[in-house]
Design a protein around this ligand. Structure first.
Ligand SMILES: *Cc1c(COP(=O)(O)O)cnc(C)c1O
Length: 366
């Protein structure tokens, strides 16, 4: 006899994070996890250090000051904000609170992997809707909605494709869903989006009790190590999240760093400006090589390779690794023909372009 988990748990393929090392290479260029190349705000680091003096104290379980700061910064009602240990925790809490065996959790074909993992962890059934041109398709999502559907997850912009739906399409999706189905808008990359037809979802949350917006400090704010995210939800959904979350789910250093990071507008603007410069630059370089890459609204690029042996995504990954560059393989997302590359510092981004050019010329080795 061995302990046996509930149905669904052993169907989970464990999430494989981006690599951070290559055997035999001392210095690597890690572009596998969409981390900010500029790192955190020095003010956030200082706030974290200061908070370390009180590590014997439990954190504020209600994250009051952080929710106030978020409310002020984004013009939102702090009472509707629930903080989490990364948006990953909030995804898991939503699924735990609203779905179980026999229920369905819907997302689009190349959507973020955590949606399916969270669904399986509660015994719910993950359901994928097809995409059109690597972009979520509202009609395809709606066609998969059944009486069993409890939550629809939409990452907008989506990771790993970088594609993005305009506010009008997200509104159309929200308007067509039954009121008892949660629409979770995962806006992890919202701060990078430059399109003027984009909206992260706060107004929809205020208009509809079933819409939730998820945000994170892991991407543009460069605080992935601290695990800090937040949800903006209706009072009924915020109440549910507050019941199911741990009483001290967000650490004190994370809360302090989050407040300081929000206040450092210049640092955030610098991260955005860096991305605005180097993301289009890398895409142009990739297109010049005859490779394809969808326009990305995030801080990463999905690069697609031909199926030709020796010229495919696996070969490209091995070639980049030899040059110390770590992209993300995409097999887990049903995109085994692609690699995802985060926009790094200037020299890192140039190194990617140089390495890809050498790979496409058929060079072998650095
Ligand atoms: C990175 C990412 C997250 C997770 O962020 P954390 O706050 O670090 O848990 C959530 N959703 C998407 C789409 C992401 O790419």
């Amino acid at each position: 006899m061995v302990p046996t988990p509930r149905p669904g748990i052993l169907d989970i393929a464990p999430y494989v994070p981006g690599d951070s090392a290559i055997a035999g290479q001392a210095k690597v260029i890690k572009l596998a996890s969409n981390e900010s190349p500029l790192g955190p705000s020095p003010r956030a680091v200082e706030a974290c250090r200061e908070a370390a003096r009180q590590l014997h104290r439990y954190p504020d379980g209600g994250a009051f000051a952080l929710r106030q700061a978020l409310g002020r910064h984004w013009g939102l009602d702090p009472a509707r904000i629930v903080c989490g240990a990364g948006s990953d925790e909030l995804i898991a809490l939503l699924v735990r609170a609203y779905a179980g065996p026999g229920d369905e959790v819907l997302y689009s074909r190349h959507g973020f992997l955590m949606y399916a993992i969270s669904a399986k962890s509660v015994g719910a059934t993950p359901v994928m809707a097809p995409e059109t041109d690597l972009t979520a398709d509202v009609d395809a999502l709606l066609a998969q909605v059944s009486h069993r559907t409890r939550i629809v997850f939409l990452a907008n912009p989506n990771n790993p494709t970088g594609t993005c739906l305009p506010a009008s399409e997200v509104e159309r999706l929200a308007g067509a869903l039954p009121g008892n189905v949660i629409l979770a808008l995962d806006a992890a990359y919202a701060e990078y989006v430059g399109r003027n037809d984009y909206d992260a979802g706060a107004r929809l949350v205020e208009a509809r009790d079933n819409v939730v917006m998820l945000r994170t400090f892991s991407k543009i704010y460069g605080l992935a190590a601290l695990r800090l995210g937040w949800a903006y939800a209706s009072p009924v959904v915020a109440d549910v999240l507050n019941r199911v979350r741990g009483p001290f789910n967000v650490s004190a250093p994370a809360q302090a760093a989050g407040i300081a990071a929000l206040a450092d507008d210049a640092h955030t603007a610098a991260a955005r400006a860096h991305n605005d410069r180097w993301l289009p630059w890398l895409r142009e370089e990739v297109l010049k090589l005859g490779l394809d890459a969808p326009v990305s609204a995030g801080n990463f690029l999905l690069i697609r390779f031909p199926a030709t042996p020796g010229r495919d995504a696996d070969a490209a990954c091995a070639f980049l690794n030899q040059r110390g560059i770590i992209p993300r393989r995409m097999g887990g997302y049903g995109l085994g023909d692609s690699l995802r590359v985060t926009i790094g510092l200037e020299d890192e981004t140039r190194a990617v372009a140089t390495a890809l050019a050498a790979f496409m010329r058929g060079g072998d080795g650095p």
